[in-house]
Design a protein around this ligand. Structure first.
Ligand SMILES: Nc1nc2c(c(=O)[nH]1)N[C@H]1C(S)=C(S)[C@@H](COP(=O)(O)O)O[C@H]1N2
Ligand SMILES: [Mo]
Length: 302
């Protein structure tokens, strides 16, 4: 499926639906929403044709964030008191201008956009999320990457006083991820600071996280504190843990199975927690990124 600018859902229905969801979520989630502040996107781009938004209660109540537990329902509870202010992001490595930016500065780097993206987890479920953010490229440009920089290495915040020990989570912390520089600079690659019209809930990776819609969800590293521009392909948490299952690229690919299960279909989570089984699309439906990989054997570079 292609991204379209056209509005498939009439604007009025969309707004009503959002108001309804916001109201319902307030009642359901109660204190969960206490820390969230309203966030207005300057413009709405990347609306998806034929896709319904996944309810707020699922997007913010069914999470993978191993620093706050390995069950989907744990992060919302265990991250409730996660301290995300003050927050800074360090940009360094092969850059002309290494710098440390505080969150207020980051929020003013580019106009905020609402982007409705499909999110496909490698575990075989998917959701549709109205993110708020701006292209990661706008942040990277601040540091002026040098000609040596070929990859971007990203690191999550880790504090053993607030988060689980690696031994409980089964993966090393801090969580690390990476992209090739051209993937990182692609206009679809989003630095998200909010969702559903508000600042990111803690369990979704407050105060800022990566969203790469054509890759499996684990590439979308949460609560980022450090970004390094580097020459060599950086290590990533899940490929370190199980390389045959989780490669560096991890583009959504229905033809390359996970060792434990097929990737041909996915469960699209929906109302009332009932899912619909649908076919998984190459690059999660974002076929316009295929040119990034021309000439590459995607069975080998998975
Ligand atoms: N730091 C960190 N980032 C992370 C994870 C994690 O455990 N720790 N889980 C990843 C996985 S597997 C997925 S599917 C998405 C889930 O994002 P969501 O909870 O906002 O849907 O976050 C990704 N980012
Ligand atoms: Mo995931």
């Amino acid at each position: 499926m292609k991204l379209r600018w056209s509005h498939v859902t009439p604007k009025r229905d969309y707004l009503n639906r959002r108001r309804f969801l916001a109201a319902a979520a307030t009642v359901l989630a109660g204190s969960r929403r206490a820390a969230a502040a309203k966030l207005n996107a300057a413009k709405t781009s990347y609306r998806l044709a034929n896709e319904k938004l996944t309810p707020y209660s699922i997007v913010t109540g069914y999470n993978n964030f191993y620093e706050f537990g390995t069950d989907k329902e744990q992060p919302v509870r265990l991250a409730r008191d996660f301290r995300t202010s003050p927050w800074t992001v360090r940009l360094e490595g092969d850059v002309a201008k290494p710098k440390t930016l505080d969150l207020d500065t980051v929020l003013k780097l580019a106009p905020l956009e609402e982007r409705i993206y499909r999110h496909r987890c490698v575990e075989g479920w998917s959701i549709v999320v109205p993110w708020i953010g701006f292209p990661l490229s706008a942040l990277l440009k601040q540091a002026e990457p040098t000609g040596k920089a070929k990859y971007v290495a990203l690191e999550s915040f880790y504090d053993p006083k607030q988060m689980w020990p690696p031994a409980w989570a089964g993966i090393p912390f801090p969580y690390v991820e990476g992209l090739r520089l051209d993937e990182a600079m692609h206009p679809l690659t989003l630095l998200a600071v909010g969702l559903y019209g508000e600042t990111l809930p803690n369990q979704n990776g407050a105060p800022l996280r990566l969203v790469v819609p054509w890759k499996y969800g684990f590439k979308g590293i949460k609560s980022i504190v450090r970004i390094q521009l580097v020459e060599k392909e950086p290590a990533t948490t899940w490929s370190r843990k199980w390389p045959e299952a989780y490669g560096f690229y991890s583009n959504v690919n229905p033809r390359r199975d996970h060792p434990g299960h097929s990737q041909r279909t996915e469960l699209r989570l929906g109302e009332g927690w009932l899912g619909t089984r649908i076919e998984t699309q190459p690059f999660n439906g974002y076929g316009e990124v295929a040119s990034l990989y021309s000439g590459m054997d995607l069975q080998r570079y998975y």
